[in-house]
Design a protein. Structure first.
Length: 507
């Protein structure tokens, strides 16, 4: 079997031949009057009509003065029927390829064709061609089908190939687009205003995460890639906005996992005058709307077999208590158990105890172990104030925050709370977080004095919620990297590539 280099060399020979004949193998545009799927779907409407389509060649079969080509565009595939007496002759000045020059074409090339919609003797809907133009010459052969392109590492590195041969992968990213569009449409229908804020921030705030650091030459100052959308959006509430949201990337300098990527898409909304209970109702309505618009169902079977059903309109999700779970499952009192008792329980549960672990991190590890058993959807409530530095305290129990987390499929998918708008309380909590950072907790929140000053001008009561595309990955039943079009991978250049481009320096 020929090597990739041998295939490529042969295609370059054809490319040079085309150019020597006067063809432009890469013209600036292509014409089309219809998509292939429209012809296949409504043959009776198109039968006998002359149409123009363009697409990538999947196969070529030539039998003397007739040939069959199958091409595919984004919508599907269609057969082309070519006869020497009906197909226009080769003409470089017009970009036309005739029967005699079909050998200059290869699978993977893009062509523009015009012909009459017919059915062949075998009953296959086809285009009987009158003209054929080459619009892109491919230099590498595209795998014939998904069975010939299954290596996971190769699929992730060359996702453009993966999506060509694994249509289910391509269709996943169509649903990903619908997922975010449905999110946007729902919020706009509720009179939220979308505002895009800076990705580079002087202080990385709004979440517990390690940030990426970069340097801005113009200001000769280090900046952070944002870890959250939260604080700029809440500044907009100070500015007088009442309902705001943002959809965009955020960055957390952490390890890869099946549920997390260092860069990922996320959304946050903030609603002035609303509290956490109003936020719960909006979240139930929103997740159902998104499920309907993206998948057309509210019932899902996840990758681990868990069944998730978001239920009917008006039904409320079950609530579970963080305090009760820690007490019932581990015998831990969130407020009175000592750090030694909590860490002893971690060891008993075979969970890692790190030197930098504090009370917050240790309790979170216990909760996360139990969380894996939850199918959901449920709302987690009764979160301690010391674990949420940006939420209002619950007047019914001032040890607790007015917070809820949407949990399903063993993960926390949304976090929301009544936003803290007391500037003095906020400053005190930031100071406590800074102490944790000083003690070695790199994920504790930074002290953002500008945000405190903004609160001193007055921010109305509000509820805020955020979620990432982990919601999408979970409901799709795929890992984080499978759910992202072009996931980050360690940079590598294989020996084949080095051999193909001997004059390129790859250091």
């Amino acid at each position: 079997m020929a090597t990739l280099k041998e295939f490529r060399d042969e295609r370059i020979r054809k490319l040079e031949k085309l150019r020597s004949l006067g063809y432009d193998p890469y013209p600036a545009k292509a014409e089309h009057t219809v998509n292939t799927s429209e012809i296949l779907k409504d043959f009776d409407v198109f039968s006998g009509k002359t149409e123009t389509v363009f697409g990538r060649i999947k196969s070529i079969r030539k039998f003397g003065k007739i040939a069959f080509i199958v091409i595919k565009d984004f919508s599907g595939s269609i057969q082309l029927f070519l006869q020497d007496q009906t197909l226009r002759d080769s003409s470089a000045i017009n970009g036309l390829i005739g029967i005699k020059d079909l050998n200059l074409l290869d699978t993977g090339d893009f062509i523009e064709v015009t012909g009459t919609v017919i059915k062949t003797k075998t009953g296959e809907i086809s285009l009987e061609l009158s003209s054929l133009k080459l619009i892109t010459k491919s230099l590498r052969p595209m795998p014939l089908d998904h069975e010939s392109f299954t290596d996971k590492e190769e699929r992730l590195r060359r996702r453009y190939v993966d999506m060509n041969v694994n249509i289910d992968v391509r269709d996943r990213f169509i649903r990903r687009s619908k997922f975010w569009q449905a999110t946007r449409d729902f919020l706009i229908s509720k009179e939220f205003i979308e505002i895009n804020n800076n990705v580079l921030e002087g202080i990385a705030g709004g979440a517990d995460a390690a940030p990426f650091v970069t340097h801005m030459d113009a200001l000769d100052q280090d900046f952070y890639l944002r870890i959250s959308h939260e604080l700029p959006l809440k500044r907009l509430l100070v500015a007088g906005f009442e309902k705001v949201f943002e959809i965009g990337p955020r960055f957390r300098n952490e390890n890869y996992s099946d549920e997390h990527l260092p860069e990922h898409m996320a959304m946050e909304w903030y609603w002035a005058s609303a509290d956490w209970e109003m936020g719960m109702h909006l979240t139930e309505e929103m997740i159902r709307y998104i499920a309907d618009k993206t998948w057309g169902t509210r019932k899902f079977t996840l990758s681990d077999g868990k069944e998730v059903n978001f239920g009917n309109d008006g039904e409320h999700f079950e609530t579970i208590s963080f305090l009760d779970i820690l007490q019932q499952q581990y015998g831990i009192d969130v407020f009175t158990s000592t750090i030694e008792e909590i860490q002893a329980k971690l060891k008993e549960e075979k969970l890692e105890v790190e030197k930098s672990d504090n009370r917050i991190r240790s309790l979170d590890k216990l909760w996360k172990k139990y969380r894996k058993t939850i199918a959901g959807p449920v709302f987690l409530v009764d979160m301690p104030v010391f674990m949420q530095p940006l939420a209002k305290t619950n007047p019914k129990d001032t040890r607790l925050a007015e917070q809820f987390n949407l949990v399903f499929g063993g993960s926390e998918m949304c976090k929301a709370f009544s936003e803290l708008n007391d500037p003095i309380d906020q400053l005190n909590r930031f100071v406590e977080q800074q102490k944790l950072r000083d003690e070695g907790d790199d994920e504790a929140q930074m002290l953002d004095i500008d945000f405190v000053e903004a609160l001193e001008y007055g921010m109305p009561p509000a509820c805020g919620l955020g979620y990432s595309e982990r919601v999408f990955w979970s409901l799709e039943g795929v890992s984080a990297r499978e759910g992202t079009p072009f996931p980050h991978l360690k940079h590598e250049i294989d020996e084949t590539t080095k051999g193909i481009y001997p004059d390129v320096k790859f250091e």
